[in-house]
Design a protein around this ligand. Structure first.
Ligand code: FMN
Length: 197
């Protein structure tokens, strides 16, 4: 059994919906999901860093605020600098998800930030692996997978409404599929590591 840690921030609950679906995908693959909700910039991140160090893979999640990961998530990212020096996360698998109001909304930049965070730790990035839908009104609707057409990770779009109704079903399923993909990759990665040993 492998473990996938999911550290995430969500100011208003929409990115949290995705985190829950990512965890569901990990469990659907028969693996263990550890949700780590970042509540504030002033919390003690040491227990989260410990959980991530124990995990086989990490799926980072943050809303896009002002074209990048939220400030609270960035404080968490900066708090992992000690791990950068020890190299404790090197060779783990990593992936990411974000969510914003606009269809573009500069979500790609937030995903790039998550990718760079993983790269600085020497982790191996797992991309989304889902083709974007055809750009026709019939096919890009709320049930479409990878609705806004992202490659690096999940880029969900939420309306100005309650997290109970947005992001829509297609974005939720996209998040679940990322969790499943990363968990299956973690199983292969762990099996390869023990074969090599
Ligand atoms: C401070 C702030 C900055 C935001 N910046 C962006 C942005 O750059 N692009 C965008 O599309 N939406 C932006 N939004 C909208 C949020 O991304 C959107 O409401 C999202 O669903 C919030 O996710 P959350 O509920 O997990 O916090 C911003 C919202 C806030 C509060």
């Amino acid at each position: 059994m492998t473990t996938v840690a999911i550290p995430y921030h969500s100011g208003y609950g929409h990115t949290e919906v995705l985190a829950q679906k990512v965890a569901e995908g990990v469990r659907d693959a028969g693996q263990t999901a550890v949700l780590l909700k970042i509540e504030s910039a002033s919390q003690d991140f040491a227990p989260f860093i410990e959980e991530i160090t124990k995990a086989d893979a990490v799926i980072f999640g943050a809303p896009t605020y002002m074209g990048d990961v939220s400030g609270v998530f960035k404080v968490f990212a900066d708090a992992t600098a000690g791990v950068f020096f020890s190299g404790a996360w090197k060779d783990k698998l990593a992936a990411g998800f974000t969510n914003s109001h606009s269809f573009a909304g500069d979500k790609g930049h937030a995903l790039a930030s998550l990718t760079i965070l993983a790269a600085q730790h020497g982790m191996n990035w797992i991309n989304l692996g889902l083709a974007p839908p055809n750009v026709t009104a019939a096919e890009r609707g709320p049930d479409a997978l990878n609705r806004v057409g992202s490659f690096l990770g999940v880029a969900a779009q939420s309306d100005n409404a309650s997290p109970e109704v947005t992001p829509p079903a297609g974005d939720r399923e996209t998040a679940r599929l990322l969790g499943e993909r990363v968990a299956k990759a973690a199983v292969r990665w762990a099996a390869g590591a023990s074969a090599a040993a």
